[in-house]
Design a protein around this ligand. Structure first.
Ligand code: FE2
Length: 212
């Protein structure tokens, strides 16, 4: 469903002068998200056996169709219950990626997969632990969702989550209000020559009081 933002709030979010209104296009669902693996056999075992997903499709080629880059690869997709997939590429000779410049990247970059309910999240927890997989959580995210976190063999950070609030992804009005607070705080700090991260940390401190 297309959500319509309240105009005064949307107007408060900086947009390019020539920005056009969306003509009613919103993606239908997750088709796939993709990462590089250096061990596609371990990846296939993890997603089919541990994660219970179907091996959905594979592609082998010696160049990338979209860009024409001559990188030979094996591409594999794993399917979830709703038909959405996770995908991986193994490319011979590609070196390990560079290390992140800050731990935040390794914490924040992740993908969350939905479980049916709280009980199922706990079943996932036990199942993963019984396979000697390190699991963080369960974590209650301010009554919105309940999550556990772990990594796949390629180092992708995964989350299994379930909504605690049936409207967790419909808090649009509050979202625009928070976005405006954040953007205004940054802009004001810049105008006043203040330290931007410090100003934002103060803002977070004030907003946190909502949850205390
Ligand atoms: Fe998440």
């Amino acid at each position: 469903m297309q959500t319509t933002a309240p105009q005064p709030l949307r107007a408060a979010v900086p947009v390019m002068a020539a920005a056009k209104a969306n003509p009613g296009l919103t993606p239908v669902m997750l088709n796939h998200a993709a990462w590089v693996t250096h061990d596609v056999a371990a990846t296939a075992d993890f997603y089919t056996r541990i994660m219970g997903m179907e091996l959905a499709s594979t592609v082998l080629d010696d160049s990338i169709p979209s860009t024409g880059d001559d990188i030979p690869y094996f591409h594999i997709f794993f399917r979830m219950q709703d038909g959405s997939t996770l995908a991986f590429f193994e490319a011979p000779g590609v070196p390990a990626p560079a290390k992140s410049t800050h731990p935040a990247y390794d914490i924040f970059n992740h993908i969350a997969l939905q479980a049916a309910n709280r009980e199922e999240v706990m079943k996932w927890y036990e199942w993963l632990k019984s396979n000697d997989i390190e699991v963080i959580g369960p974590t209650d995210h301010k009554g919105l969702i309940l999550s556990i976190y772990f990594h796949d063999p390629a180092g992708v950070r995964l989350e299994i989550t379930t909504p605690l609030d049936a409207q967790w992804n419909r808090h649009t009005q509050k979202g625009y209000e928070d976005l405006k607070l954040w953007v205004d705080c940054k802009e004001q700090a810049i105008r006043e020559g203040r330290d931007v991260p410090k100003a934002l940390i103060e803002l977070i401190g004030n907003i946190r009081k909502r949850y205390d």
